[in-house]
Design a protein around this ligand. Structure first.
Ligand code: UT7
Length: 324
């Protein structure tokens, strides 16, 4: 018998304000056509001025609890993946815990930028397998609109705000690739590439929040290569191949990265959950948002093999093979 971390419920939240590409045409030297063809993005959501990451995360958490038919006291732990917390501390996780009225268990944040949700899933999986926790909610939540340089056309058109939450629970599996739940994980980082994607401020350096800086083109080239290879590693570890994948649920940074990775894996785009056109790049929130959208519209069904992969600042990248 093998303990597996099995999905029990999923939900998401997007702020009300939808910002079409045309909005940026009035702000900077860009066009709807450039943004669509280079990134696949048509629109994104921006949080209201008084809306924090913890509020987005709490709304997604409530949706996931409803979906699972569970209450906050059924959870042992909450892990929030975010690079845009409300405050330097305490964690967004503990804020969500308080908002839900959950007084037992524990909550904390994981920061691996766009790979944050993958890293948080790996954390939750390890805790469930080791018996440290039985039910863990993993949330990806971001307000990247707060760290944009609105004069930098190469970045400010790409990102959006949102949150998604997945509840995992311990269940007995047979120890085969046919089990439901997380079947394999793969994590990497390489700090030599920090200049490719970083924020130019922080607590112990400038004492400011800073703005996002990105070398888009070199990062693009790293992304396809590393995403295809981490996806392959997770599948091999799970004893599966790309033919077994029902849905790639990728990090949604750029449709061309998603297409390039799927092509390298030999998976058709008809087996990819795409939300980049509607959400933009929501960093750690993008995978649980896409998973939630795909589950809600009926594409992702019980027993489907999902492969999620992500890369972001660090660089940090990784993947998870998960049977729904
Ligand atoms: O989530 C974390 C991971 N993030 C990523 O993996 C993002 C990876 N990178 C990308 O998605 C793409 O590199 C971008 C979408 C950021 C850029 O696409 P690209 O095809 O790599 O374009 P580029 O950076 O090579 O720029 C091409 C041209 C440049 O003009 P010149 O030098 O050729 O005259 C840019 O100045 O496009 C120009 N440009 C723009 N033009 C209109 C850059 N941003 C814009 C813009 N509107 N918003």
């Amino acid at each position: 018998m093998t303990i597996r971390a099995v999905p029990l419920g999923i939900g998401h939240y997007l702020p009300d304000r939808i910002v079409p590409n045309s909005y940026f045409e009035t702000l900077i030297d860009t066009s709807d056509e450039w943004i669509r063809t280079r990134s696949g993005i048509k629109r994104r959501h921006f949080a209201a001025e008084d809306q924090t990451t913890s509020e987005l995360a709490t709304n997604a958490a409530r949706a996931a609890l409803d979906n699972a038919g569970m209450g906050p006291d059924d959870l042992d732990a909450i892990i929030v993946a975010t690079s845009t917390p409300d405050l330097t501390f305490p964690s967004v996780g503990t804020m969500v815990q308080a908002n839900l009225g959950m007084t037992q268990g524990f909550a904390y944040d994981v920061q691996a930028v766009c790979a944050g949700f993958i890293f948080a899933l790996c954390n939750a999986n390890a805790m469930i397998i080791s018996g440290q926790a039985r039910r863990v909610m993993v949330i990806g939540a971001e307000t990247f609109s707060r760290i944009m340089d609105w004069t930098d056309r190469s970045t400010c058109v790409l990102f959006g705000d949102g949150a998604g939450a997945l509840i995992l629970g311990a269940e007995d599996g047979a120890g085969t690739p046919q089990d439901r739940g997380i079947l394999a994980t793969d994590m990497h980082s390489d700090g030599r590439h920090r200049e490719m994607l970083y924020v130019d401020g922080g607590v112990s350096s400038t004492g400011t929040v800073g703005k996002l800086r990105m070398q888009g083109n070199p990062l693009f080239r790293q992304a396809v290569e590393k995403l295809a290879s981490t996806a392959d590693a997770a599948l091999v570890r799970a004893g599966l191949t790309a033919d077994d994948v029902a849905w790639i649920v990728p990090h949604q940074a750029n449709i061309r990265i998603i297409q390039g990775t799927a092509k390298k894996m030999g998976v058709g785009m008809d087996r990819v959950i795409l939300t980049v056109q509607d959400h933009g790049n929501t960093s750690a929130a993008s995978i649980p948002l896409a998973m939630s959208v795909g589950a809600a519209d009926g594409r992702i069904k019980r027993g489907d093999l999902l492969l999620s992969e992500a890369i972001g600042g660090g660089l940090a990248w990784g993947s998870v093979a998960l049977r729904w």
